[in-house]
Ligand binder design. Sequence first.
Ligand SMILES: C=C(OP(=O)(O)O)C(=O)O
Ligand SMILES: [Mg+2]
Length: 561
Amino acid sequence: MTSSTPALVSGTGIGQGVAIGVVARMSDPLPPPADSPSTRTQADEAERARTSLRIVARELESRGQAAGGAARDVLEAQAMMAEDPMLSEAIDEALAAGKTAERAVFEAFASFRDQLAAMGGYLGERAADLDDVSQRVIADLGGVPAPGVPSPEHPFVLVARDLAPADTAMLDLDKVLGLVTSDGGPTSHTAILAREKSIVAVVGATDATGLADGTVVILDAASGTVIANPTDQQKADAERRIAERQAAAVAPVTPGALADGTAIPLLANLGSSAGAQAAADAGAEGVGLFRTEFLFLDAGGTAPTIEQQREHYLRLLQAFPGKKVVVRVLDAGADKPLQFLNDAHEENPALGLRGLRALRASEDILREQLTALAQADAATQAELWVMAPMVSTVEETGYFVGLARECGIRTAGVMVEVPSAALLADRVLGRADFASIGTNDLTQYTLAADRMLGSVAALQDPWHPAVLRLVGEVGAAGAAVGKPVGICGEAAADPLLAVVLVGLGATSLSMSTPALTDVRASLLNYTIDEARQLAEIALAADGAAESRAAVAAAALSMKEA
Ligand SMILES: C=C(OP(=O)(O)O)C(=O)O
Ligand SMILES: [Mg+2]
């Protein structure tokens, strides 16, 4: 690497932040202990292993106590791993074969970590936790310090293979400007920590192993890239973006709007009335998606009563007097299984009896929910809209809107999450009062990529022009009949994609509360004509990556012009 040819490392960005700083690497893992026969007795080796496992377990527990919160739970889980009876058995077996305590610990943990890694997803990412415990025990056996987080005097960008919970608990957040990991995905501890603490992070950046200590890097979470040895121009751009974000964070909270004043209300996605006040404080102009699954999950094995539901909806609506609150009726099935609505085994639950289909099969539950909502609406000042999930036909739209009105709901709409509903959006909107596009499911169904499956995660990208073309269909239909088209999937939380979605006809955007500030700031940079131009550029691309890159380049030149 030379300063004239900056190297680019790519991974998955967490959030939208930008950071610039000097790399401090986490020390490399200890080498595997030699597989030579032990010169001690088996009983001695067993005692050594037990002592070190115990020391490490107690140390992890005390770090957990010191860290508190979510870190404590994770560190306690790790301490339990160190004293897991199955692992002890595996260690004893290796010792019986004449191995050293170091080697026995190494082999036993390695075989368990491989089993976890093979499971993939969340459990797969816990494999790093086992590695960390193994390293600590082997270090203790050898009387050497465990590999861990560096602590230079100056602020730094931490580059690591992955961060174990014990490491994240030790991080001095005043000094860490950003995090880069070569392993780990969006559900790794590093990603979770970064989200929780708003730290700029790029995870799963395989080539990050080549970033040497002391290298100056720019982390760009929005594009998931790390530039090593940036040019002066790149540094100046990064510093400008950091300053813009700092300014946006303290800017007055204004209603969502484009540069030309076109209003684009910014709403919050909520899963419980508990988050309502925080959303209102962050400037949410209402709620664009209230997911009711948690309310039903919390009620145990049955549906909550009309009274229980009414109380919860009342608390929600009371937080938004005079504002719009869009509640989605229960979306059970697939990624949100609820036994009492559908306990049949399905080979492809995402294509099965879920969402409105499941409710229709148990219509009394749907009627009760609509009734509770209508009662809460009558007792409060919010403007309640109610929508159905997973609607795939015009007939289903008519069914839901008809039933909602019968139960006293004044404004009834549907989510557009299935390509068939997007393609017939003109007719769907002929019957519904509004549409709200769920880009998470719309992407899953358009690309035929299960949103629960890590192996096809790369296809789950709402920047894909096929998804955007469908969004455009719904936007055009909404404009033609004069009905609102919101977006409530994760796509609305991506500040640049949000502009494209507006260019495709979205009239409001709903997102998790922390995303509101970035999206608000981004919309203010573009007029409606520019948003439409960016949408055309996205639609003209061949794939998601090309669409994202072409729009980013065009947006940059628009801002420079
Ligand atoms: C908002 C959506 O619904 P959920 O993520 O709850 O399925 C969506 O599918 O985009
Ligand atoms: Mg959905």
